[in-house]
Design a protein around this ligand. Structure first.
Ligand code: M6R
Length: 614
């Protein structure tokens, strides 16, 4: 949930660290810091708030620190201790010789802190991380070997961590290690990089390796040695990263979120490419290794996910049940892991995650794996921890998503579920050829329909302007669009901080209707199909309570103007595909409302893109 970066080589470290932290800002942004070894002295620079504050502080000492070619940096999303300068990383020990940056949570920090305090360590912060700094310093005092000190320290700590450590007396070395938190090492010419994620290093090198859990890497400018926790040497495969730095530019859009919303037609093309070639050809999902016989015999699927990915999973349930006649349970990973789940080798467990690093979902799939279930991961990061746990992988190919609010990755996850559901239906031989061809045709023509929505945004902007001063919203839908309502409400909450709740429209009259009056707008997702008339009646009930009404619809019915004050129209689309068309105006509505309110769209308060703590 934080971002870490390290550099050792021949160039000035400070800019590599600050650039790296800039591209990791999606992981957290409540404080930041760097530690630089200048002329044999470890100097710490820290600032509360956005990275810009740190940059201003660093600039004042630039002349002094620019000559250093070794340093580590951190961008924080607070877990233990408020987002203050003192709690910002790097953390140090009594003598200030050690500097540590950490992503994750040290679960045993209270016991460790008590023990270390009794041994004379003076803690300055409220963080769990500071225990690691004192522990490494104490082990170094015993061994005079930084790698060994880190190894011994990790034997005593429990929890999740990616750590980078430097020591004043070991001028030319960074030691890095991980357990249940991502860490990548970049390899340059006479230089090494270490980071929580690829964007921090991609502009410098495409050659990299991923550390596995409990491995410890010792980096100097010219050498990279890796050992396991038992001190055995390890050789890790060096990979070429399939990334382009250009993916990280806003390409002229004001915010990443707007750019990513507009990328969705291409995302659809990417996801379908190579998998859906023609309406009369079967879906090709070569990464699904579950054999056909097993798929035919499946009688239960569980899907685990969080946030936006959970909403995509809910659409997935609808599709798989509809197309494949297999019972599907969908559950928030954070709930799944704390109850007795009935999961076994006959259950397919699907984990859905944009980042592939969400701690709750990783724990959930690991639990299911232990019980013998086949694990299928739907992720935008085939290089992630979750992907590495997978028996089968469905990479969603949305490209890097920088904005904290997920948009194009949701689209790609939805598409992946359409492909998966059709793939399994074809194996089970349940759907008629004409039905399959109709859905496939609709999928193929989708990008044009989405482009049409994205080129006609005036109604959405007008609606956003009109409703941006309201404090509460209700979103209603039924059937396959109930998750769309939840996702639309989540987008509005996340980036505008407006209270928005998604309800199944049929549930409105069982309680929530009591809240309705002219201060609480109701947005209805009114797409053609089986539940259209029902939602219309529910909308009339809301209107009768004086609620101000908004519709997202593919209907051209003029009479809708009698109920709805704002009507946002999308092209007509088959009911089964309607979430794909309905979600775009909801993303844009949330975006424009947040924009009018002057909110920090790409980095909303209190959030982080990748939630690597449970
Ligand atoms: O990376 P994941 O898809 O596993 O992340 C899950 C949620 O944290 C994520 O979807 C979150 O809800 C986003 N901020 C949604 O915009």
């Amino acid at each position: 949930m934080c971002g870490i970066v390290g550099y050792i080589g021949k160039s000035s470290a400070v800019d590599v660290l600050l650039d790296g932290l800039t591209s990791l800002e999606y992981r957290g942004y409540d404080s930041a810091g760097i530690a630089i070894n200048v002329d044999g002295h470890v100097d710490l620079y820290k600032a509360k708030g956005k990275l810009q504050n740190l940059k201003l502080i660093v600039d004042k000492s630039r002349e002094h620190i620019e000559r250093s070619t070794i340093g580590i940096g951190h961008i924080r999303w607070a877990t233990h201790g408020a987002p203050t300068t003192v709690n910002a990383h790097p953390h140090s020990c009594n003598c200030g010789r050690v500097a540590v940056v950490h992503n994750g949570i040290i679960e045993t920090y209270k016991e460790l802190r008590e023990k270390l305090e009794s041994e004379g360590c003076n803690f300055r912060s409220q963080t769990d991380t500071e225990t690691v700094a004192h522990l490494v310093a104490s082990k170094f005092a015993q061994t005079q070997d930084l790698t060994e000190a880190v190894r011994l320290a990790t034997l005593e700590i429990e929890g999740a961590y990616a750590l980078c450590v430097i020591h004043q007396d070991v001028k030319n070395t960074i030691v890095a290690t991980r357990r249940n938190a991502p860490l990548i090492i970049g390899i340059g010419q006479g230089e090494h990089y270490v980071a929580s994620d690829v964007p921090a290093i991609i502009q410098y090198t495409k050659k990299a390796l991923y550390l596995d859990d409990n491995q410890i890497a010792t980096l100097t400018p010219d050498t990279l040695d890796i050992i396991d926790i038992n001190n055995n040497p390890v050789v890790q495969k060096v990979e070429v990263l399939p990334w382009e730095p250009v993916a990280l530019s806003k390409m002229g859009y004001k915010h990443y979120m707007l750019k990513e919303i507009h990328e969705q037609p291409d995302v659809v093309r990417n996801v379908l490419s190579g998998k859906l070639k023609a309406i009369d050809e079967q879906i090709n999902l070569s990464e699904v290794t579950l054999d056909r016989e097993k798929i035919r015999g499946l009688n239960r699927i569980q899907i685990v996910a969080c946030g936006t990915s959970l909403h995509a999973a809910m659409v997935g349930k609808y599709l798989i049940e509809q197309f494949c006649e297999i019972a599907v349970d969908v559950e928030a990973s954070s709930e799944y892991i704390y109850r007795k789940t009935i999961t076994d080798e006959n259950t397919l467990v699907i984990g859905v995650s944009q980042s592939g690093e969400t701690a709750d979902t990783i724990t959930a799939v690991r639990l299911a794996k232990k019980k013998g279930s086949h694990i299928l991961i739907v992720t935008n990061r085939p290089d992630s921890t979750m992907a590495r746990e997978a028996d089968s992988l469905v990479p969603v190919n949305a490209g890097i998503e920088v904005s904290v609010a997920a948009t194009k990755s949701f689209m790609a996850q939805l598409l992946s579920f359409y492909l998966l559901a059709i793939y399994m239906a074809e194996i089970k031989g349940l759907m008629k050829k004409e039905e399959l061809e109709k859905i496939k045709h609709e999928l193929i023509v989708l990008p044009q329909k989405l482009e049409e929505i994205l080129t006609n945004t005036e109604d959405i902007k007008a609606c956003a302007r009109k409703f941006s001063s309201f404090k509460d919203f209700v979103f209603i839908a039924r059937g396959i669009n109930f998750p769309t309502a939840l996702e639309g409400a989540l987008k509005l909450k996340e980036i505008s901080y407006i209270n928005a709740t998604g309800y199944s429209a049929g549930e409105l009259k069982h309680g929530p209707i009591a809240m309705l009056d002219e201060t609480m707008p109701v947005l209805a997702i009114l797409m053609s199909g089986t539940v259209y008339e029902k939602i219309l009646s529910n909308a009339e009930e809301a209107k009768a309570r004086n609620a101000r009404m908004i519709a997202i619809t593919d209907s051209t019915d003029e009479k809708l103007g009698n109920i709805f004050e704002c009507i946002i129209r999308v092209p007509h689309i088959d009911e089964l595909l309607s979430p794909i068309a309905a979600i775009i105006p909801l993303q844009l509505l949330a975006y424009y409302i947040a924009e009018f309110l002057g909110k920090d769209v790409d980095q909303p308060r209190n959030l982080a893109k990748s939630v690597t703590v449970e």
